[in-house]
Structures are given as structure tokens and as C-alpha cells.
Ligand binder design. Sequence first.
Ligand code: ATP
Ligand code: MG
Length: 559
Amino acid sequence: MAEGKKSLNFIEQIIEEDLSNNYKKEDLKFRFPPEPNGYLHIGHASSICLNFGLGETYNAPVNLRFDDTNPAKEEQEYVDAIKKDIEWLGYKWAKECYASDYFQQLYDWAVEMIKNGDAYVDSQTSEAIAEQKGTPTQPGKESPYRNRSVEENLELFEKMKNGETPEKGDVLRAKIDMAASNMLMRDPVMYRCLHKSHHRTGNDWKIYPMYDWAHGESDFIEQVSHSFCTLEFLPHRELYNWFIKKVSNPGEFEPKQREFARRNLSHTVVSKRKLLQLVEKGIVDSWDDPRMPTISGLRRRGYTPGAIRKFADSIGVGKRENLIDVAHLEFCAREDLNKIAPRVMGVLDPVKLVITNYPEGEEEWLDAENNPEDESAGSRKVPFSRELYIEKEDFKESANRKFFRLTLGKEVRLKNAYIIKGEDVIKDAEGNITEIHCTYDPKSKSGSGTEESLRKVKGTLHWVSVKHAIEAEIRLYDRLFTEETPDGIKDKDYLDFVNPESLKVVTGYLEPSLKDAQVQEKVQFQRIGYFCVDRDSSEVKPVFNRTVSLRDSWAKIKN
Ligand code: ATP
Ligand code: MG
């Protein structure tokens, strides 16, 4: 390996090996093949980054192919959402393709196969067909319809196509081997009757191809060189190759299926079917609910495309399934947001702080740096006055020496402002603190360079001027499930583990610079976490989503 070069993953090794054998660079072509039956999730991001990443590495085209062969579950809404998500991630497909564009070609090939004695119409029920499949150790039984004449098969298949055969009636099966050791080779079904309207082909078709029949043939039509799919398709590879041999001419370029491991994320589920349940049962508000592991949910929550790409790249591709801790995804978000998110001050659980020696009615606008990680981000002004909000947890009447926040008789710094000293507390009849009184040192202003301002104090608190504060709805999101693998627990349903505290809504008080924040704008509330303006936000009621806290607090709670 050349020095400084990243070692190749096993998928890249396969390609390199092909290139050193009979493949030319121009032969390389990849595809990402989603079924439009739901929104893309973080698992798909791995497959997207893999395929489009290879496209970038090898300067090869990558098609976006919708695997739209099941009109019962597929919709245009999903097609649109999938396109939007891939574009947002920053990838461009060479061609937008649909398996449904190949329905006629697939049908014509099926007719050829019947003529060649490679396919037949079976008139048994699906139950009877399943019974005859045999077991991995026992051969299956041949259907009594297996040896129908070509003429009869053609006639029956035509009837299926014309909608004269009812749903659940006849099916077309490939004639392979009922004793094959690979169960998938025991005369797999190629077509079933389905009298449903398709989001693209309308009512043109009354039969629809099965996945195994449509997928490899679509790859062949598009001349995809490497068709990467997840490991559960490994046993399908033999059938994939068998079908391609049937439709191609000797010597023609044949696509190659290779498998990689599915990526699972902790404390959530990555399956469109299961995510759909969450939406349909109203457990979340929508597919883009910020608690969802969908690309659209992560976007709304405040994740950047860079964070998601970094996540996918850092976990890479593997040959074995494993569980990635969601803390790793959050880490990637923090890394990216730290660089780009301006720092602002917001108080989420306020208590009033009165600076008794600060003149009433006076205010001043103090300089505040926007991002210490990025000098070019500049600075802004924040208003300071006699009455401020600070976080309740930043004050204790009496505290031990390890408490570096505000307490009576000790000094702390107010970020970008002055050093204050706790003097007194006012309480209501129940003993709750309603106001904290303090004094400030007028010579200690941050950045003023005076001796007093350079004095070392242990703690720095964020604050917001009461008079200038903007009230906002703050949505504090947490993990959607309490268990690491909610769908992997024996005799339990994943819905039993929904975290009842996955969303907490509070009113926050924010510095006025956030008045014009736009939807999707990302900021760091200093000392709290990264937040993003939600699409529900309005001038009357700004709404912020917590993307991720500054530190991983979940591990602490659990231990
Ligand atoms: P789901 O079970 O969520 O519907 P799927 O595999 O059926 O997932 P497809 O739309 O068929 O979804 O997937 C498109 C591509 O994304 C496929 O190549 C599939 O292998 C890949 N993919 C799906 N889920 C994951 C995952 N968790 N990790 C890696 N790749 C995935
Ligand atoms: Mg699927």
C-alpha cells in the first residue's frame, strides 16, 4: 500500500481486482436501488455513501433506481422524498431509473423463457406451492403443472397479463430445480397477479414481477457493473446470476452482485416498515419527526449532510452485521456543528438574577464572539441590564468547593460581561427561590483589559437580559427507544420500548440576536447544546429543536 493511502475496504478490493483482470474503468457503473415504500433512514445513508462514494472514487456513473415493483406499498410521495434526501446529502445520480420502466422488457423476456421451457404457469395456491418447497435437507416436490405445454403456458400467462386471472390465482415460475440445495432455486415465482394501480404505470399492468426477477434484470439493462446489496441477499446471488444468463447473450457484460452488512443503530429501528408503524400509530408526528432516524428527521433535527456522511464513512462497510451506538452519530454531529454553529445565549430553566448595584433603567450592548473555532464568524452585540435570567441549576445557596457556579458570597463571571458576587436570595411562601440578588464589579468587563477584568474566577455562566429576551418554544429530544435494540428482544414488540420522555417541551429565553433566525438555522446555546430552528417556527413563536447536547449525558444517566 502506498504511503498515506487509506487501506481499501473489501468492496474496493473487489473492484480493484476486477480492474486488474478483465474490467475497464469505463465499465464501472453503480446504482442505489431504494424501494419507494417509505422514507430513507440512516441505514440507507450507508448504502448511499457507499455507492455514490464509489462513483466519486472511480469517476463512474451511479444511477438512482427505484425498485417499484409492488404497487400495494409504493407511492409518489416516497419517490419525491427519496430524491430530496439524496440531493441534500450532496450526491448527484447519473440517471433516474425505475424498474417499472422495464415492465415490458421483463414481460417479453418472460415470454421467451416460457418458449424455451424455462418458465411455467402454476395454478396451485400459494399454500400448496409453499408446502412443496421442501426443507434445506429435503428436496421439494414438483408441481403437477410443471410440465404444461408451451402453448398452454403462453395462453395462461397472457390471461394473467390481461387481468383475466384473479389475484392470488396463477403465478409464473422459473423452471429450475426442485431439488436444488439452495431453496431459492426451487422454481421461484417470477410474476403474480396484482390488480392494483401503480404510481407510474397506472392500470397498465395486472401482473407484477418479483424482486429477484426484476432486480438483476434492471442491473443488466442499465449495464451496472457492481450491484451492492445487503447480506440477506447472499443466497439470492445464484438466482441473480441464473436469470441474467437467461436474458443475456453469450459474452455479453454481466453485472455482479456483492453483499455487505446492514448497519443498525442503537436505540432506534432502521426498517421502513417499522418506521411507518410509528407514523401510522401517531407515536411520532411524521416521517420527518426529529426523533426519527430518517434522513428527513435528522435534517429537521439539525444534522448536517456532512455529519451524516462522516458517520457513514467512519463506520465504513463490513462483512458482519453489528450495532452502532447512536452516541457515535451524535459525536459526528457535534464535530461538524462545532465548526459551523454560531454561539448564542439562551436560558432554558430560568431564575431571575438582579444586580442590585447596576443602575435601574440602564442597558449596554456588549461584544460577543460568534465562534471561537472560526475567527471569520465575527462578533455580535448582546444587551446587558439590571435584571437577567440565568439557569436555575447554576445557583446554589450553599455549595461545596467543587461547585464552580454561583453561590452566596462567591464570584463568577457572566459570559461576555462582568464578574458578579452572590449576595442574597428572595423566596416565595413555599421556600422556592424567586430572585437572586448579586452585585457586580463595574471594572471587570470582559475584554476591557483592566486588572479587575483579568482576575481569575472559576465559573462562567450564560445569561439573557430579561427585558430583551425572546421567548421561544424549545423541543428537547431524546432517544426514541429506551432499549439498545428495541426490535431484538425476545417475545417483545419494539413498540413496548418507546421512550416516554423522548420529547420534552420547555419555554426558553433567548438573546435578541435570534429574532430573525431562519428555519434550519443552526446555533450553539452556550453550555447547553446545538439547536436548530424548526419548520413550525413563526415570528410570534420561534421554535428550536435540540439537535444534540454538548456532551453525551445518556451514558451518565444509565450508569
Ligand atoms: P427497509 O427494511 O428499511 O425497507 P430495505 O433494504 O428493504 O430496507 P430498500 O429500499 O430496498 O430498503 O434499500 C435500498 C438499499 O439500501 C438496498 O441496497 C439495501 O440493501 C440498502 N439498505 C437498507 N437498509 C440498510 C441498512 N440498515 N444498512 C445498509 N444498507 C441498507
Ligand atoms: Mg425492501
